[in-house]
Design a protein around this ligand. Structure first.
Ligand code: FAD
Ligand code: SF4
Length: 518
């Protein structure tokens, strides 16, 4: 074999740089489903199908293009997989074939990158790592941008990206006169709730996906969640992913901005795109997604607040978190700025959703059923609870990797450990996203149907978020005393008298020790 081209599970792109000079006769593609990847975090069954089914479809497409693929599939019949780890599978291939060179596009997981380098060294085979063209910003470009800056601020990076890539720019300035439409993007669904929400496309599993569903249910039956043909509805090919993109642009983008921060019970996607899984697996490119959104603005189908809000997520946040990840790994994963206890894990109801807290129960139900929760549920319900509860940020990230079908290390770690848990001490967010139950009350209808009261911090009806919020500020007030963005919150804390604070501390302690029936 001249070149062994390694295609990882989140690199399913026929235009990938790894395939640039592929020779159908002399080269081989190498892909592997492996037990270790699926079990190093205790993955949700839905998530396993969300990764393995697109891989098998991509293998079949390569095959149709005449590309020879060495594909390691996990067997359905329960026989032990040939060998379990990524490194050992690759080593076996290198021992069985005379490989002159390995080629890979830069992986999205630091651990996988190191593992590849180790195998290449041990087997004495050249490893060529190519830049991932999928992203707007290369890792080196981000490092250059970050170099010498005291703080890395999303807004500055985002404006730089808009100008550099001429996105929503007119003569060097933003097309609408302002860079940021966030103020228009904090709408709620009022008292009556959302009406006429657009229909959601359900992609029916074909035989290939059904085989994966069977394999996952049989091989990983003790993993969390469940998956079957009626529940699995994600795109598994580029063509399906394009259908999902069209659906979003046509029906949801119009209100994406207005309701970006809103929540409503029993609703899955509201006006969110649900595209993260397809983009992260590289079934879609961020450029085509952004271009389609801008075309909708140009044709008058979508307003600027929605289009700018959406572009900000893809061209801004998504590229920013990747830059943060690769600029600060590997030490980033060990950061624990709030000094949470090493063994403080997520609460048990983060696995089964069994809690009376209406907001948590609803977000968990969706997560268990579909491997999805929208951004505000992630950040301001589940992430917020984990943070106030004192969960160790690495444990929260591991839980996140296990549960969400769009979780890949480069994007989950900065969002989970950094943005949500403030584990990186302010790289991702200048202040922690901490709030009481009153925030959740304002942004949706959860509190109406809940046995707890978001306005109370103590007593039997006290909302656990509210109790833990004051306790969080109390525990970390020294750390935040010089953070001007926290001044207001800390001032409010000072207004609590000593007996109130003692009652709050006691109740928070009981919540953390799982002594209360939540
Ligand atoms: P939409 O709301 O429709 O947003 C559009 C797109 O913007 C998304 O598809 C995504 O590609 C991108 N995007 C938006 N916000 C971010 C962000 N903060 N970082 C990166 N991309 C963003 N996103 C992941 O793709 N994988 C993760 O593992 C992940 N972990 C997260 C963990 C936490 C605790 C939080 C708070 C956020 C996380 N995010 C993650 C970011 C974001 O919540 C999801 O991208 C989004 O909810 C996916 O749903 P959607 O496709 O409907 O997104
Ligand atoms: Fe969530 Fe508290 Fe509101 Fe209940 S009262 S839904 S726990 S914020």
């Amino acid at each position: 074999i001249r070149n062994l081209v390694i295609v990882l599970g989140d690199q399913l792109n026929h235009d990938s740089a790894a395939l640039d000079d592929f020779d159908n006769q002399r080269d081989r593609v190498w892909m592997a489903e492996n037990q270790e990847e699926a079990t190093h975090v205790w993955c949700h069954k839905f998530r396993l199908v969300a990764f393995f089914a697109p891989m098998r479809h991509f293998r079949d497409e390569l095959d149709e293009k005449g590309r020879q693929v060495l594909y390691h599939a996990l067997p359905t019949d329960g026989r032990k997989a040939r060998t379990s780890s990524f490194a050992s599978l690759l080593t076996t291939t290198l021992n069985e074939h005379d490989v002159q060179k390995m080629i890979v596009v830069h992986p999205g997981d630091h651990r996988v990158l190191e593992s590849l380098k180790t195998v290449a060294d041990e087997q004495n085979v050249t490893l060529e790592i190519r830049d991932d063209r999928h992203f707007y910003c290369t890792i080196d470009q981000f490092r250059d941008w970050a170099d010498g800056r005291n703080s890395l601020v999303l807004e500055t990076f985002y404006r730089h990206m808009r100008k550099q890539h001429d996105v929503l720019i007119d003569g060097g300035d933003p097309v609408s006169g302002v860079w940021n439409h966030d103020k228009e993007n904090r709408g709620t669904f009022g008292k009556s709730g959302p009406s006429d929400l657009p229909h959601t496309h359900h992609f029916r599993p074909d035989d290939v996906t059904q085989d994966v569903i069977d394999m996952v249910n049989q091989r990983f039956d003790d993993h969390p969640g469940k998956v079957d043909a009626s529940s699995f509805d994600l795109p598994v090919t580029r063509s399906e992913a394009l259908t999902l993109l069209r659906e979003f642009i046509k029906h949801r983008l119009i209100h994406f901005g207005d309701y970006q921060d809103a929540m409503w019970s029993d609703q899955k996607y509201l006006y969110h795109s649900r595209l993260s899984h397809a983009i992260n697996l590289h079934l879609l490119s961020p450029r085509e997604v952004v271009d389609k959104a801008i075309a909708a603005f140009d044709s008058g189908e979508a307003p600027i607040n929605s289009v700018e809000g959406f572009v900000r997520q893809i061209l801004g946040w998504r590229e920013f978190v990747r830059g943060i990840y690769w600029t600060h790994m590997p030490d980033y994963q060990d950061r624990n700025a709030l000094q949470c206890d090493d063994d403080q894990d997520v609460p048990s109801f983060f696995w089964d959703g069994k809690t009376d807290m209406a907001c948590v129960a609803d977000a968990m139900r969706l997560l268990i059923e579909t491997g999805y929760a929208h951004h505000i549920q992630r950040l301001m319900v589940l992430g917020l609870f984990a943070q106030l509860y004192g969960t160790h940020p690495a444990k929260f990230h591991q839980w996140h990797m296990a549960m969400y079908n769009d979780a890949v290390d480069w994007v989950s770690l900065p969002n989970a450990l950094g943005m949500s848990q403030w584990g990186d001490g302010g790289l991702m967010a200048t202040k922690p996203y901490c709030a009481s139950g009153k925030y959740i009350k304002r942004m949706g209808n959860y509190c109406k149907g809940c046995r707890f009261n978001p306005d109370e911090a103590t007593g039997d009806d006290a909302c656990p978020f509210t109790t833990l919020y004051w306790d969080f500020l109390d525990r970390h007030q020294q750390q935040f005393k010089n953070n001007t963005r926290m001044t207001m919150q800390l001032k409010n804390l000072q207004r609590k008298d000593a007996s109130q604070m003692n009652a709050i501390r006691d109740r928070a302690q009981m919540i953390r020790r799982d002594e209360l029936d939540l």
